[in-house]
Design a protein around this ligand. Sequence first.
Ligand code: GLN
Length: 263
Amino acid sequence: MSESRSLTIGWLYPNLMSTYGDRGNVICLQRRCQWRDIPVTILPLDQQTEAEQFSEVDVIVGGGAQDRQQEIVMRDLQGSKADTLRSKLDGGTPGVFTCGSPQLLGHYYEPALGQRIEGLGLLDLVTKHPGPDVSRCIGNVVFEITASPLAEDLTKMLGQPPVIIGFENHGGRTYLGDVQPLGKVQSGYGNNGEDGYEGAFYRHAIATYSHGPLLPKNPFVADWLIKTALQEKYQTEIDLMPLDDKLAQQAREAMLKRLELVG
Ligand code: GLN
């Protein structure tokens, strides 16, 4: 990789939205860049960050959070910060947003208790928590990515349809409007346990309920994010050096076998 090419990872509210281990997605992107000698910087995007700095990132990671933390985040993610984040994603900056994060990228999230949390309205989706007495959607989740052109890109990379393996833990149920689902559920709940959809996909933004963390369990998605971020930043075709993902593949096969889904 040319020494002039580098990446900045924007990490949304790391102190508030890391309840479910999604910092692993940041670490995975960082290491997969370092293993390829791509200089990488991690920039927290939080209450201490100026709105202008939100525009400096090349790829964005948002993790999961409890209802209370999501409410605190949205008190800060307003005005020019919200506008900058929206314009980055509208403009094709890639990102991976897990659970509580995509809930805030939608129109609103109605938590188990308390007032509706208004979202950024970037993704045409809404999320409603059915209340504290209704069981949460918790467990392993497996789904095939169907969103275009992500599915085509990953199929070309893998030589087979892209299947995601993860772990979900959410009370909110998400309902899609005019936005692509990220994929179709093979095992688990997905967005709401009813329509068989998982996540959403918009421009180059991946929205998913899949913790795990997602990227170490599905390293090809990390590479898609890195490749897309470099291509968007440098406006040229990028070929990434392949990495040895044998261990990740073995873990995937073990999980697919445990869930009785052919690997
Ligand atoms: N608090 C939200 C919910 O319960 C998001 C949870 C999460 O980020 N895992 O649906």
